[in-house]
Write a protein that binds this ligand. Sequence first.
Ligand code: F6P
Length: 479
Amino acid sequence: MAAGLAEFVVIANRLPVDRYIAHDGAVTWRTSPGGLVTALEPVMRRKGGAWIGWHGAPDEKLKPFEHDGLRLVPVPLSAQEVEEYYEGFSNGTLWPLYHDVIAPPEFHREWWDSYVDVNHRFAACAARVAKRGATVWVQDYQLQLVPSLLRGLRPDLRIGFFLHIPFPPRELFTQLPWRRQILEGLLGADLVGFQLPGAAQNFVRLVRERVGHKTHRDLIYLPEGRTVVARAFPISIDVNAFEQLARSENVTARCKEIRESLGNPKHVLLSIDRLDYTKGLRQRLRAFGELIRDGSIDVDDAVFVQVATPSRERVDQYRILRDDIDRLVGRLNGDVGRIGQQPITYLHASYPREEMAALYRAADVMVVTPLRDGMNLVAKEYVACRYDDAGALVLSEFAGAAAELRQAYRVNPYDINGMKAALMEAMGAEPREQARRMKTMRKTVIENDIDHWATAFLDELNFERPSHDKKMRPARGRS
Ligand code: F6P
């Protein structure tokens, strides 16, 4: 057996680092955006193995390499594939379709063709890298065909799939012209994991109705005798690492500096998101602006820090959103600000983890109000960093995290008045009440950290299920 083959392989659209070429031509590697990397990086550090993914730049073929102790295997994408597979089918079709069609999904046959080609490439790469009998864990909506393609190439592998974003109800999913291919692609896995039980149920129901396989609860019986399990595994973070960072001297000093530079107001409110239309930036900024305008909050008393990490900047909907938010922040600050007192500090940038931890500690109220979100790890990061049991979390009921963080101030982000009331309640809460809520939420995230998630998923994936009765007749399916 070649020494280079891996017993454990993760496949994700992106590697944990992006290749970045500075103006002077120097090549550096930067942490990739998004929660998937935050969650999976510590898992790979502990388990070892290979991580297959794109390195974030088009038209470059790179050899496998080691970075910061991780074994990385880059998959190349051409400029056209970036446009059609990544920006197109993944983020112009699937992303809006799976997020409640908040933006209208576009269906283009060339995008689909490119999605199929790139999924083939990822599957072929995994087939080359994985040792005989290895465990391969496929991640997220960009790679939903990989499980079945990989099984075709390497039936000896144990294949798991985890979807980081919501899985839509059938009324939305069935709009997709390639719905059956996606369902069959996922069924190549032995275990298909989702953030919430409702998403797993949506999937099982669609498989029964559209593909025609027999199902029982979270089990799907394939005609060849294989059983596929579809179950929820709510993802988490490395809670201890975030807490240690938050306790460090540097972060403590930086937290003080941040509050001072904001003018030491009574209330610091904070949001940190990728700049994405699913995150509900417009609604929350409007709610805060109205609170100042109608006199519920004095402009000297509160500052809202909105960090928006640049994301998918060439996709139309994201360009439009960026312009909208620029305008909205400008208008609100212009309308309700005073000399030296801007109510909204808007930062269109991404920051290292240490700066994020300092921001979390500096924030009295963390505002996480997506219109739809698979999980939202920012909410869990905030809780992990508040070892002082202080601070309040305002959380959308449409974030997956709301199922676990039940002591948050819960909001419907479409209800601006409701959101204003929740912000006021969170800002006005007594320290004892805040501590009561935070303590319980901390217990939840500490007990359900990233190791718990990875162990639960991988234990289930490696559980041997006997072949079910091969003669079982499938129900009739429609395409
Ligand atoms: O979880 C959603 C997700 O799309 C991840 O797959 C991805 O790593 C992250 O958000 C960031 O998105 P992108 O890779 O498109 O910048």
